[in-house]
Design a protein around this ligand. Sequence first.
Ligand SMILES: C[S@@+](CC[C@H](N)C(=O)[O-])C[C@H]1O[C@@H](n2cnc3c(N)ncnc32)[C@H](O)[C@@H]1O
Length: 322
Amino acid sequence: MKLNEFKPLELASTAHHLRASKLQGASELLTHDYALWQGKIEGLLKLLPNIPLFDLVVSSPPYNIGKEYEIPQTLEKYLQWQEQIIDELVPRLKPGGSLCWQVGTYVDDNQIWPLDIEFAPIFKRHGLQLRNRIVWHFGHGLHAQKRFSGRYEVVLWYTKTQSSKDKYTFNLDIVRVPAKYPGKKHFKGPNQGEFSGNPLGKNPEDVWNIPNVKGNHVEKTDHPCQFPVGLIERLVLSLTNPGDLVFDPFAGVASAGVAAALHARRFWGCELNSGYAKTGHKRLQETLDGTIRYRPHNKPVYDHTQSSLSRAPEGYKTEGRE
Ligand SMILES: C[S@@+](CC[C@H](N)C(=O)[O-])C[C@H]1O[C@@H](n2cnc3c(N)ncnc32)[C@H](O)[C@@H]1O
């Protein structure tokens, strides 16, 4: 899609909070442009019609690392549980649609299992085609003592296609980023002397440096590991078109919904925890009202060397160490 092809759509301006506990079902969800369904995804998938519904499924499932919303289980059992959910999601993804699974690393007894490696065979069994393994790099996290500190997670981007002839949505121009050398020119050939780069900028590549939501990040809520909206914004813009339906089965505080609503895509999410669902619903409504605060995907990362705190105190020896 070219930038000027965007046409405003008539989408609803109200977000709905539906509750499994009140027996609010899929028939109600199906009537809304923006809704969070509070309950287990396993339950919702039993209620939803088994037909292609979603243009983009994007989620970060629990990683089985002992967060407050997880019941720890063996990696094998965890993957079996996830596979049952993926088995139900894939038939509901439209042909040519995209599925993005954002995962980190499972750690046990100081050994690491990068979860994208574990998930890849599950998606392959469904015949999905892997388009990118995006490395999401961020600057803050725990300081490890017995291995190098982890500073990236992965987004596996699959399309529901079978051959290279099958079409899928990929809007590159709208997510281009500033080129390193926009002033570079062709130095020979028929275009000699003309600028050689794309005036819209360069492909953002497959390593994305987007700050994670910690401390005083403008998007911080009480959720311990929410998506930065910018991470999903870039996926929503490039992998869907206005009016498309985005679905997050583990929606947390609806960061994917914020990204979708910001750009006139519809959104349904499912979240088990009532507090997160409530916050998610509020954020969705704030987005529709135009009052949400968020950090866009193309905002440059803060240059920490500009801070006075980045100057090493006297006596610190950090340069030239072998
Ligand atoms: C990694 S977090 C997702 C955070 C989300 N990406 C955000 O930006 O807020 C995983 C979420 O899945 C929820 N969850 C765990 N088990 C669930 C289930 N069976 N059905 C639906 N949600 C579940 C947790 O409460 C948690 O909020």
